[in-house]
Structure formats: C-alpha cells, structure tokens
Design a protein around this ligand. Structure first.
Ligand code: SF4
Length: 370
C-alpha cells in the first residue's frame, strides 16, 4: 500500500496554536503554488512509475481556501502522473467558513470521497481563543453540506477553560451532524506560538485534566458507535482512514508541496518549509528536498514497532516475522516480561492494553529501552 500527500499551505488567518507551514498572507500566490505542485509531480513521475497508490490526501493549511478548480486540477495531475487506483481514498481537509455547496459539488465530481473538517470545539469562546475563523454555526452549515458523505471531524482537548462536558458536547455535535470518523487530539503548545504563553502562565489544563477529558471522550465515542483504532482516531465500522493506516503500518508515501514529508524505499525526506525556496527550486526544475535520511534495518524495525503500538491492532506478529526475519516474542522477551502490566498478546498481534493507550508514548519509549 502507498499514499500521496499534498500540502496546501494557505489559510485565512493564523491560529494561535499553529506551528504548521501555513501562510495566511500569501493566498495570492495560490495559483503559482498549485502550478509548482503539478510540476513537482511531473518531476517525480518516472521514479514512481512502478508504484500503485491507494490514497491521496490533500492537507494543509486549509485546502478549501483555494479555488476549487485548482483542487480539481490537482486530482487530475495526480491521476495523470501516477497510478492512482480507481477506488483510491481521496481526502481533502476543509475548514468551516471556507466551504460552499459549489465547492463540494466540484470536489465530488473530481473524485474526492472523504472530507476532514476542523471542528476542534463546539464552544464558540474556545474557538475564538484558539484563533479559529469559524463558529459552531459554521460547522453545522458545513456538516449539512456534507450530509451522507464520509467525513471526519477533528476535536481538540486540553483547551483553556475547557471542561469534560465541553468535550462530550463537541463529540455529540460532531456525531449528530454526521461525522463517521472523529480525531480527538490533545492541544500541544509549541514553543514560538502565541498559545505557548498561555501554557507558561499555567492557563491550560494540566496533564491529569487532559487525561480525564480523553477518557471521558473515549467513553462517549464508544457509546456513539465509534471504534478506537489508533490512540487519537475513532471510526464507525469501515470508515477508518486508509491514508493514516498506511502511515501507522509503515507503508510508503510521497509528499508534495512545502514541508511535505515522504518515505519511499526506506528513505525519509522532507521538502523545504520556505515558500520562496520551494518556488525557486521547482521553477528551476529541481526538487525542494532539504532533509534526507536512509533508514537502516534497525531503524525500520524501531519505526515499525513505534507506529504499530499507537494502534489498537498493535504489531501483527506474522508480518513482523516476514519483514524482519525474527520472532517478536523471542526477540523482545525481557521487555515483554517487564512491561506485562501494560501490554498483551491478542490473537496474532501484540499491543498496548486499551486502558493504557493514551500514555503509549512513554510505554513505547520504555519498552524499546529495555
Ligand atoms: S487552519 Fe490549521 S493550518 Fe491554518 S492556521 Fe489554523 S491550525 Fe494552522
């Protein structure tokens, strides 16, 4: 399995917590940028001619802020340059407040079949505090336009003044308006973002409060029929994100646009985060890669374990043996014995117990250090 990611780095304004490559003041460059992405695809075309792609994910930024005709051309360029399967999952991230019936019509016509909506919170005060441009009403309008379509809603926990009830309300709203997939992420206050000051001032919930929100959210999502398949991702049956599952299964993917990362043939590489630099490289017929790392056999194994342990399915033991030629249970016997309170074998897999999935990071670090 392999996926394609395209980064569209434009937004209407910068959210207070955002440290992604997103440029609210550069939207006038959208047309030239998209032309560069099509060009970057053609530069990669020959290297990837033997690949067959199962997914295309258009993320950002806010892809729905650019003219929908560019998105249609983007999907066409992906099909023209690569073997994108007929039944590929094609996702676009959209933000309430940047969407219309006309846009969704064209998205559908060009083959987009999955949407990811940045709801974040159903409480307008919290949306304002985050610097989001939308209100709960905008989300409702957007969700109505997506009626009966396959869509995810992003929900954030750990927000200033957020209560457990606010988290429950947000999940209930997302579900009631038709989301069949919910990503529930804890806010990470990154140094250099305005929200980091709130964090330094002790204005954000502490880790115990965030854990409580997460547990309550998990319980509510379960009641509403969402199955947790990764620590932050919950889906109705059959609505799991194929694109993200490919990441967690350590599948291959190619990224286009500023800041996009790729993993092809055990080489990880990342494009420049600098928009001008990206233009300069692509317009002169060169790729815009700034970082490149060959992942050796040990690194591949470690990545496989770390990614798989984020998921509910865990590490598939037969696949592990076929990939690395060793028996996982034998190889990690001391770590498994030491960590047995937190981990378990289930059928053909090894995983972190459900009740400890939220703290998987520290469990994985400790597991790999034994
Ligand atoms: S919409 Fe997303 S990418 Fe854009 S500024 Fe907000 S958080 Fe960043």
């Amino acid at each position: 399995m392999a996926g394609i990611y395209v980064h569209i780095p434009f937004c209407k304004s910068k959210c207070r917590y955002c440290d992604f490559a997103s440029f609210p003041d550069k939207i006038t460059f959208a047309e030239s940028y998209m032309a560069c992405v099509y060009r970057e695809m053609s530069l990669r075309k020959d290297d990837l001619k033997d690949y067959s792609f199962d997914t295309l994910y258009i993320g950002g930024g806010t892809p729905s802020v650019v003219d929908e005709s560019y998105i249609a051309m983007l999907v066409a360029a992906a099909r023209k340059n690569f073997n994108l399967k007929k039944d590929a999952e094609i996702t676009i991230e959209i933000n309430p407040g940047t969407i219309s019936a006309g846009k969704i019509d064209l998205y559908e016509k060009c083959g987009i079949n999955r949407y990811s909506v940045g709801l974040q919170s159903a409480i307008d005060g919290q949306l304002r505090e985050l610097g989001r441009i939308h209100t709960l009403n905008d989300f409702v309008t957007c969700a109505k336009l997506l009626k009966d379509k396959n869509f995810n809603a992003d929900v954030m926990i750990g927000l200033k003044d957020q209560t457990v009830d606010d988290v429950i309300k947000t999940i209930e709203v997302a579900s009631a308006f038709g989301a069949s997939h919910i990503s529930m992420y804890a806010l990470t206050p990154e140094d250099g973002t305005p929200i980091y000051t709130d964090y330094l001032n002790g204005e954000l919930p502490d880790s115990d409060e965030v854990a409580e929100m997460y547990e309550a959210g998990v319980k509510k999502l379960k009641e509403l029929g969402f199955n947790r398949y990764e620590v932050s991702n919950f889906a109705k049956k059959g609505r799991e994100s194929r694109h993200n599952l490919n990441y967690w299964r350590r599948g291959e993917y190619i990224g286009f646009g500023v800041s996009a990362s790729s993993c092809i043939n055990n080489i990880r590489f990342t494009n420049t985060f600098d928009l001008d630099e990206y233009f300069k490289c692509i317009l002169s017929g060169h790729l815009a890669v700034i970082d490149r790392e060959d992942v050796d056999a040990e690194g591949q194994k470690e990545e496989f374990i770390m990614l798989a342990l984020r998921t509910s399915e865990g590490i598939p033991l037969l696949k592990y043996k076929s990939l690395f030629g060793t028996d996982f249970a034998e190889e990690f016997a001391p770590a498994i014995a030491k960590m047995r309170e937190y981990v378990e074998f289930l059928g053909d897999s090894f995983r972190i117990k459900d009740e400890y999935l939220f703290v998987q990071n520290s469990i994985i670090i400790e597991f790999l250090s034994i």
